[in-house]
Design a protein. Structure first.
Length: 96
């Protein structure tokens, strides 16, 4: 992102944390694009390490206590899971 961390947090609506936040772009039950702001940064890093060689770990979801906020729409840039690549047909190209 082009903005500073504090600016992004303010725009999203969360307080900055020294550990940071992970943004999970996903779909709601009504198939709408949503972004979950979660505290599970280490778990997110583990998912990305598994997705890089194409290992799908679906379904994966954070614990309710790890979700700080859910916003409509996707916040980018983003990396699709292997399932997301097949669902969107973007061939793994990140959105920005």
């Amino acid at each position: 992102m082009d903005e500073a961390y504090d600016e992004v947090c303010a725009r999203i609506g969360v307080e900055p944390r020294s550990e940071g936040w992970a943004l999970w772009n996903t779909w709601s039950d009504a198939h709408l694009k949503v972004t979950m702001v979660v505290s599970a940064v280490e778990a997110t890093e583990g998912l990305l390490k598994n997705w890089t060689p194409g290992r799908a770990l679906d379904p994966v979801s954070p614990l309710p206590s790890q979700i700080a906020l859910i916003r409509q729409g996707w916040i980018g840039p983003m990396t699709f899971s292997p399932r997301g690549v097949s669902r969107t047909g973007l061939g793994g190209r990140p959105l920005s």
